[in-house]
Ligand binder design. Structure first.
Ligand code: FMN
Length: 197
């Protein structure tokens, strides 16, 4: 694994103390193209998603897990937008995050995407705890994934997560390399809390 990425510049500069995976999580585009993830670790991060809270405990999340080097990985990678394809090929895993937006009785599940987001957040933090990094993507062709995987009409591909071991930022083309090492920014907390602070 490369150590040339200046990790320090990517740590969150927090205004209050946070647990380590939250401080150290960020979304890289440079992954070690030779690193693989142990199947037990893949199971662990999916288990983290499984134990997320959801409205009425509906658990409306589903996942397509594609390991680099497989046909499934090539299919998911082909469905990404060009700017994501440019870097996501070196991730060890691509996970398609699906929401079951309609229940078995045909009723819309109002909170399905919200619940899926929480499950992906759980997975992300567990992955960080396991020494991995994640990068979520909204830039992909959902219709293409639907056709390729024969997805049920009740399912909607909401995002794709690249997961892997951090790689060398210097292999990225500009301007991706520059973004990879730039300080991370957030709005101040007092801008986010509208009342009750
Ligand atoms: C729903 C969602 C969609 C995103 N889509 C993309 C994407 O298509 N391509 C990309 O490079 N990053 C994408 N990102 C990553 C964000 O740009 C990134 O999380 C944000 O800039 C904050 O950076 P950080 O995760 O390093 O803190 C997405 C993130 C989320 C949560």
């Amino acid at each position: 694994m490369s150590t040339s990425t200046p990790l320090a510049s990517r740590r969150a500069e927090t205004d209050a103390p946070l647990i380590t995976p939250l401080v150290e999580r960020w979304s890289p585009r440079a992954y070690d193209p030779s690193a693989e993830i142990d199947p037990e670790v893949v199971r662990t991060i999916l288990e983290a998603a499984r134990w997320a809270p959801s409205a009425n405990n509906a658990q409306p999340w589903r996942f397509i897990v594609a390991r680099r080097g497989t046909d499934a990985f090539a299919t998911v990678h082909d469905a990404l937008n060009g700017w994501n394809q440019a870097w996501a090929d070196s991730a060890a895993l691509l996970i398609v995050n699906l929401a079951e937006v309609v229940d078995p009785d045909g009723r819309p599940r109002r909170w399905a995407r919200y619940d899926l987001g929480q499950a992906v957040a759980h997975l992300t933090i567990q992955a960080q705890h396991e020494g991995l990094h994640t990068h979520q993507m909204g830039g992909f062709d959902g219709a293409r994934l639907r056709d390729a995987f024969g997805l049920d009409e009740h399912l909607e591909a909401v995002s794709v997560t690249a997961i892997g071991v951090l790689g060398d930022a210097d292999v990225l083309p500009e301007p991706l390399r520059e973004r990879e090492v730039a300080p991370r920014r957030r709005r101040p907390l007092d801008e986010l809390v509208l009342a009750g602070a």
